[in-house]
Unconditional design. Structure first.
Length: 267
């Protein structure tokens, strides 16, 4: 059975773990390695169960501990060639990857990683490069889309294939516009290479979900320009306008910035 837990979601650090009885896969490693070790102990998990690490892009809140976990656990790190180059340049990654631990992924090209069939796909964001991942295991299709400035037709296709979806709901537009950020940063966030608003996220779900979609987690909420309850209510309201009822047609939850979730069983 495929299981899922989030260890952090937001600009303070992102890290997600998918695992079966015999295999485990980390998506992004932007939390501290000590914190990750504690979370694993708290959940009765072992770092030795991690066999693969996928990276979406090279911003610090997604890669801070990538070198540490690779060195300590002898783990290969999968990312695009451009993202690997960005990791090498990023001063926040104090321990760099060795060349033998670097593995390349190419958007649109599936690869089998143990129990997981992984397909990366391009996601627009102002990083060196950014990808989402479709991950299939045990007859279940999981999809993660984070740090997305807009929703492309390719991304929409992967949403339609998902049984389980993690998708960014970064900001409330009104909170952002009235907030303290400088104008250039507000424009960056709202651009097609920035971050999805609550409303844009909801429309992406509503316009592309299939009957197979069972559970959606809203990720990467801004601490300054959003609130978990506001994000949930906004997404629920937009879904309702499309005739989709959260709690009935799909389960909807918000991932916390610094607090791990429980372990979800993806059946």
């Amino acid at each position: 059975m495929l299981k899922f837990v989030s260890f952090g979601s937001g600009s303070s650090g992102n890290c997600y773990f998918l695992f079966t009885e015999t295999d485990g896969l980390i998506i992004d490693i932007g939390v501290g390695i000590r914190a990750l070790k504690k979370h694993f102990r708290d959940y009765g998990l072992s770092l030795s169960s991690i066999h693969h690490v996928l990276i979406t892009h090279d911003h610090a809140d997604h890669i801070k501990s990538v070198g540490s976990i690779s060195h300590e656990c002898r783990l290969p790190i999968y990312a695009t060639q451009n993202v690997h180059a960005g990791i090498d340049r990023n001063y926040c990654v104090t321990r760099k990857l060795t060349s033998d631990m670097k593995r390349m992924v190419v958007p649109g090209q599936p690869l089998q990683l143990g129990s997981f069939l992984v397909t990366p796909f391009s996601v627009p964001h102002d990083a060196t490069e950014n990808v989402g991942y479709q991950i299939q295991a045990g007859g279940v299709t999981f999809c993660i889309i984070t740090d997305a400035g807009s929703v492309t037709s390719e991304m929409a296709d992967y949403i339609r294939q998902a049984d389980y979806l993690v998708i960014e709901a970064n900001h409330d537009v009104e909170m952002l516009q009235q907030g303290p950020y400088p104008q250039y940063l507000k424009e960056r966030i709202q651009s097609d290479m920035g971050h999805l608003s609550n409303t844009d996220c909801a429309r992406a779900i509503a316009e592309n979900m299939s009957e197979r979609l069972r559970h959606v987690w809203l990720c990467h909420l801004s601490e300054e320009n959003n609130h978990p309850e506001l994000a949930r209510k906004t997404v629920e309201s937009v879904l309702r306008s499309y005739g989709i009822i959260a709690g009935k047609d799909l389960q909807l939850e918000v991932l916390k910035r610094k607090t791990p979730t429980g372990i979800y069983e993806l059946t």
